[in-house]
Design a binder for this molecule. Structure first.
Ligand code: CUA
Length: 159
């Protein structure tokens, strides 16, 4: 008498099960699409702050009267500057970093220092660090950001 009910229940369970499998298979597929997806140009970042927006158009090291300011764009799969050219900063004075991302969440970890921040798309991660000694520090992206994540690294050179 309850056979129909049990048949129905097991049918629902089977459908749910298959649904889970399909979701598991399609989920990563969606992430892959995001990887190669559209790129927002940095100029739209930090909207409303002209100076900041302008600096991200020309990311790099700025020696201002308020100190050294470094503007970095983290994107799949490099730091600009940092990867193709090292970020060169002086030792013994506070360096203000501004790091943003136009695509997905990245990480900004400076080896041998306590610098360790997330870089969220459309937001600017800001921190100040003083390098007491000259030398080199690797920049590591420690947030999974796609197929090239493990290759995403750079370098800070303290002179
Ligand atoms: Cu960028 Cu991982």
């Amino acid at each position: 008498r309850f056979e129909r009910l049990w048949f129905g229940v097991s049918l629902v369970l089977i459908v749910a099960f298959i649904g889970t499998i399909i979701y598991g298979a399609v989920g990563p597929g969606i992430a892959m699409v995001d990887d190669s997806g559209g790129t927002v140009e940095p100029s739209v970042i930090a909207d409303g702050n002209y100076e900041q927006t302008n600096n991200f158009r020309e990311p790099g090291v700025y020696d201002t009267e308020d100190g050294v300011e470094v503007y970095v764009i983290a994107r799949q799969y490099f730091f600009q500057p940092g990867t193709t050219e090292p970020i060169r900063v002086p030792a013994g004075e506070p360096i203000s970093f501004h790091v943003t991302s136009p695509d997905v969440t990245h990480g900004f970890n400076l080896a041998g220092t306590n610098v360790n921040t997330m870089v969220i798309p459309g937001q600017v991660a800001e921190f100040s660090v003083t390098f007491e000694e000259t030398g080199e520090h690797g920049i590591v992206c420690h947030e999974y950001c796609g197929s090239g994540h493990h290759t995403m690294e750079g370098q800070v050179v303290v002179v």
